[in-house]
Design a protein around this ligand. Structure first.
Ligand code: GTP
Ligand code: MG
Length: 170
């Protein structure tokens, strides 16, 4: 019985894209349609069995509202992984990722593993962003790209498994 491997993950992205909802779904298999905007940041932990490893994800869910922007650095600067989230129905939220990517590149850990999550996949009929563009952007920064829905649970655990696979290649 080995001690779990600790992995620090930070979620970044505009307010309202569903960062807290993704974490709530992953950690507690729950969804709230009337959740409140995060103030500052919040922490949740979750243990996941991955191959022969026990991984403890220490998840820091940051606030997307502009007034908290400067706080995010405290959370990403020693993170192993970042989940950059946008809302597939909001073009501006995809553009917002470019500023987060630049900031991570400038001030974040050099070896941070990044996954881009196009959230609200359940609203795909209202998609306002191009998945091809998102994929190309992800590829250009060495990140993975996946769609998720915190509402339906589509792809949520998978993004954490993808990060684990990236961090602990066999
Ligand atoms: P900040 O804390 O302000 O940065 O926002 P956030 O990114 O944490 O967003 P939050 O998780 O609070 O979600 C914002 C709104 O989107 C809430 O009303 C959620 O119920 C809704 N939402 C989140 N994920 C999904 C999803 O996958 N599908 C749909 N339809 N709604 C979602
Ligand atoms: Mg939040």
């Amino acid at each position: 019985n080995k001690a779990p491997v600790q992995v620090k993950v930070v979620l970044l992205g505009d307010s309202g894209v569903g960062k807290s909802s993704i974490v709530l779904r992953f950690v507690a298999d729950n969804f709230k349609s009337d959740g409140e905007a995060t103030i500052g940041a919040s922490y949740m932990g979750k243990i996941l069995q991955f191959n022969d490893k026990t991984i403890k994800f220490n998840i820091w869910d940051t606030a997307g509202q502009e007034r908290y922007h400067s706080l995010a650095k405290m959370y990403y600067r020693d993170a192993n992984a970042a989940i950059m989230v946008y809302d597939i129905t909001k073009k501006g939220s995809f553009e917002g990722l470019k500023k987060w990517q630049k900031e991570l590149a400038d001030f974040g850990p050099k070896d941070i593993s990044i996954i881009i999550a196009g959230n609200k996949e359940d609203l795909v009929e209202c998609e306002a962003t191009s998945p091809e563009e998102a994929k190309a952007f992800a590829k250009s920064i060495g990140a993975l790209y996946k769609k998720t829905s915190a509402k339906t649970n589509y792809g949520v655990e998978q993004i954490f498994r993808d990060l684990a696979a990236k961090l602990f290649p066999e």
